[in-house]
Design a protein around this ligand. Structure first.
Ligand code: FAD
Length: 385
């Protein structure tokens, strides 16, 4: 039996940011990761890496503001190159109607505390992105937003956590959470892993899209669903064509240019999840749809070829915002799950907030993300298996 103060299950960007912030405060942390850090098909490997506040749910606003402030210093703090670039985020309108909606949207974003967001007319958009499609008539810009490499960021958090004393068990699946007590007053006291049993004062479930399986084993039903989200990367174009990350209002697309010149296309196009919930198959129609949307917004994409496509498995929660915090009736357990396709950007703030919460400090910025809003109380849940 191994003893630790905090056991984190899952070494993705969320689990590793939490481990890093806990280790920084001097806590004893063990991270149990089934695979290596940030490998296919984990969301933190597949992610588009957009660092965005625009369009966030108000419940995430405080974390998003904190994270965007933190991102410019993250590389120095973690002592790693994570390909961070503060190129801004551009939400674009392709009709007069959409342009009017965007003007109201930009004002609403400022009211949410995103002070730099402003509306741009066609000439201003063209100045920012000279090659943008001629039908683009306006945009809402969020200059402090940006992009980074998700796998590099995740590995940087993991390495920094270990540097500060956290232990990582990779290639180590967690088979089950260990419970004591009875229905309605269950205590989570550790986990069974392929390297043996672990006893912990606190357990953090951060196993991404697979968290529901471990939760089900203790009779906890997490209202979230696994999705295969598809990405497409182009062959490298000349660098410097596109600085901000672009999303059109009326199309499923996020479009950015990577450091090597390749365009990276996302936007929530679906692939198919394998029956074992560990693999996926690509949908050619999703590749074609995503590519067509990108070519319409930035014709320079059409001069390239599809170099690679892939999927990441991500959990979308019932209300499409994450569940972060303790769960009533499951003492000793904290969940950080259901990031719904936008957890990467806020990961630095999530790690800080969960570490503070575990230390007993007030964290009002997590109030709107508490599992209590949608998770049924323990006595309405099925009994532990
Ligand atoms: C295609 C795609 C594009 C995205 N684009 C963006 C974006 O532009 N901006 C943004 O902010 N967000 C984006 N996201 C979302 C973001 O990437 C995720 O919210 C975030 O990476 C989730 O991190 P995680 O640590 O919770 O999950 P994961 O990265 O999936 O990590 C969970 C880890 O738990 C491990 N694990 C699972 N079960 C067990 C077990 N039983 N025992 C031990 N280990 C286990 C897994 O192996 C995995 O490493 C995107 C997601 C996808 C899929």
């Amino acid at each position: 039996m191994t003893h630790t103060e905090v056991l984190v299950i899952g070494g993705g960007v969320i689990g590793s940011s939490i481990a890093y912030h806990l280790a920084r405060r001097g806590h004893q942390v063990l991270v149990v990761e089934r695979a290596q850090i940030a490998v296919e098909p984990a969301a933190s490997w597949a992610s588009a890496g957009g660092v965005r506040r625009q369009g966030r749910h108000p419940a995430e606003a405080a974390l998003a503001i904190e994270a965007v402030t933190h991102w410019p210093y993250l590389e120095a703090e973690l002592d790693a190159d994570v390909h961070y670039r503060q190129g801004g985020n551009l939400l674009v309108a392709e009709s007069a109607d959409e342009a009017a909606q965007l003007a109201a949207f930009a004002a609403q974003q400022r009211e949410m505390g995103f002070a730099d967001v402003r509306w741009l007319d066609q000439a201003e958009v063209r100045e920012l992105v000279p090659g943008i499609g001629e039908q683009v008539v306006a945009a809402s810009t969020s200059p402090a937003d940006g992009q980074a490499d998700p796998a590099l960021t995740t590995r940087a958090f993991a390495a920094a956590a270990q540097h500060l004393g956290a232990t990582y068990w990779t290639e180590t699946p967690c088979h089950a959470l260990v419970v004591s007590g009875s229905r309605g007053a269950i205590r989570i006291s550790g986990a069974l892993t392929s390297r043996g049993d672990v006893a912990a004062e606190a357990v953090v479930l951060a196993a991404g899209a697979w968290s529901d399986e471990l939760a089900a084993g203790i009779g906890l039903r997490l209202p979230m669903q696994m999705h295969a989200l598809q990405m497409v990367r182009s062959t490298p174009a000349p660098t410097g064509v596109l600085r901000p990350v672009i999303s059109p209002m009326g199309r499923a697309l996020s479009l950015k240019q990577l450091n090597n010149g390749s365009f990276l296309l996302g936007g929530g196009w679906p692939g198919d999840i394998a029956a074992d919930r560990h693999g996926y198959t690509l949908r050619p129609a999703s590749i074609a749809g995503n590519w067509a949307a990108a070519c319409a917004i930035l014709p320079a994409v059409g001069r390239q070829l599809v170099e690679r496509a892939w999927c990441g498995l991500e959990a979308i929660s019932a209300d499409e915002i994450p569940l972060i915090g303790p769960v009533a009736g499951f003492e000793g357990l904290t969940v950080a799950v259901g990031f719904s396709g936008h957890g990467f950007a806020i990961a630095p703030a999530v790690g800080r907030a969960v570490a503070d919460q575990l230390a007993g400090q007030p964290v009002p910025e997590l109030d709107g993300l508490s599992p209590a809003r949608i998770v049924e109380p323990a006595d309405a849940q099925p009994a532990p298996r």
